[in-house]
Design a protein around this ligand. Structure first.
Ligand SMILES: [Zn+2]
Length: 388
């Protein structure tokens, strides 16, 4: 992007405490390799022209707009005890276990995302990336899928307080459906949620089908394109490109939030999509194209979301951010990064690019037919609202 674009990343050691411990996939290690790589490429490399953003305190009334008082109070009490259960709030399950300090670190995530949202809204930044943000499954009174506080929903509430008429485009390319954001704003035409994910027929949280289009005033403003397991780079990009640019152009957002989950990568242990660094870069570049074409002042908040393989996360997020900002990535990760990863016990391959994924032969027809059906359904459900 041009030099008039202000870019920043929020990196802070505190985020490494979002760690469920005991061999859980949601641990500090998942962020470490990415943390070091992003620091080397974007912060200590002056040519990249990125600012390091530090989280600022925010008014907790916005947390109370996104979550119920009962939920927050119960969550904080359990966090202090470090044990217990409140299943009516989704607290104390294998996905959302109870551990000491979980409320503080969850609040830190919210603080980080709200800081970025505010700085982007005020024009201090045009593009901001929060590595530990995008906890998209939590709802007002329920923890879900490793997420206790939904930092995205709090940031949206903060933005709405700054401008009640703001039009927000939320694009979610995590492996999983962005259910907690979609359901919260299901009746709201001022936030267009578009989620691309592995089909809920095969994966948590089991939702995110094309017929989920919003309701009442929000009808037509929830968009879902699921993909069959083992969808590869080109096939995914085809679906994305058929939907995203057209909706962006027709919606004309004032603010963009991108949840760029690293778990749709082929090497991720949780899902079955086969995306590589190429698709992460492609999505970033597509968002950049639309932003530069249609927004007078670029305002894009990118959040890391899921991703449970330390090495593929480092590649996915670096490539995604490179696509979004136009900063060129080296072919190989810096030596100091490799040394740092090895000292943390993380195996890395120096190359920052993957080989593009190709279809697994016996499944090709089933996948392309299934994906084409989903795309056709999406188009037919959205035709009254958008010209697709
Ligand atoms: Zn996910």
């Amino acid at each position: 992007m041009s030099s008039t674009i202000n870019q920043g990343i929020l990196l802070d050691d505190t985020m490494l405490s979002y760690d469920f411990g005991n061999g859980h996939v949601m641990n500090a290690e998942r962020l470490l390799a990415a943390y070091h790589l992003l620091e080397k490429i974007y912060i200590t490399n002056e040519e990249a022209e990125f600012q390091l953003i530090t989280p600022e305190d925010y008014d907790r009334k916005y947390l109370f707009k996104a979550h119920t008082r009962n939920y927050i109070e119960k969550f904080e009490a359990l966090s202090q005890q470090g044990k217990g259960q409140a299943l009516e709030f989704g607290l104390g399950t294998p996905d959302c276990p109870i551990w000491q300090g979980m409320a503080n670190i969850s609040n830190f995530v919210v603080k980080s995302t709200v800081t970025l949202a505010k700085q982007i809204y005020n024009g201090k930044l045009n593009i901001g990336f929060g590595l530990l943000g995008g906890l998209h499954h939590a709802t007002a009174a329920e923890a879900s899928g490793f997420c206790y506080y939904n930092d995205i929903n709090v940031a949206v509430q903060r933005l709405k307080a700054l401008n009640p008429d703001i039009r927000i485009l939320y694009v979610d390319t995590d492996l999983h459906h962005g259910d907690g954001v979609q359901s919260t704003f299901y009746q709201d035409p001022n936030i267009l949620t578009i989620s691309f994910h592995e089909s809920g027929k095969f994966l948590f949280p089991g939702s995110g089908f094309p017929l989920e289009i919003g309701e009442k005033d929000g009808e037509g403003y929830s968009v879902n394109l699921p993909f069959y397991p083992y969808t590869w780079d080109e096939e995914y990009q085809h679906g994305f490109d058929q939907v995203f640019p057209i909706l962006f152009e027709q919606y004309q957002p004032d603010f963009v939030i991108w949840q760029a989950g690293g778990d749709a990568h082929i090497k991720d242990p949780l899902g079955h999509l086969m995306l590589t660094s190429h698709t992460y870069r492609h999505i970033g570049a597509q968002i950049r194209d639309q932003v530069l074409k249609h927004m007078q002042v670029p305002k894009v908040l990118m959040l890391g979301g899921g991703g449970y393989n330390p090495y593929s996360n480092a590649k996915s997020w670096s490539n995604a951010l490179s696509g979004l900002t136009g900063v060129t990535l080296p072919d190989r990760g810096p030596e100091s990064w490799i040394i740092q990863c090895k000292s943390s016990g993380i195996e890395v391959n120096p190359s920052l690019q993957d080989t593009q994924s190709t279809p697994i032969k016996e499944d090709v027809d089933q996948i392309t037919t299934g994906n084409a059906e989903y795309l056709a359904q999406l188009k037919s459900h959205l035709t009254p609202y958008f010209s697709l």
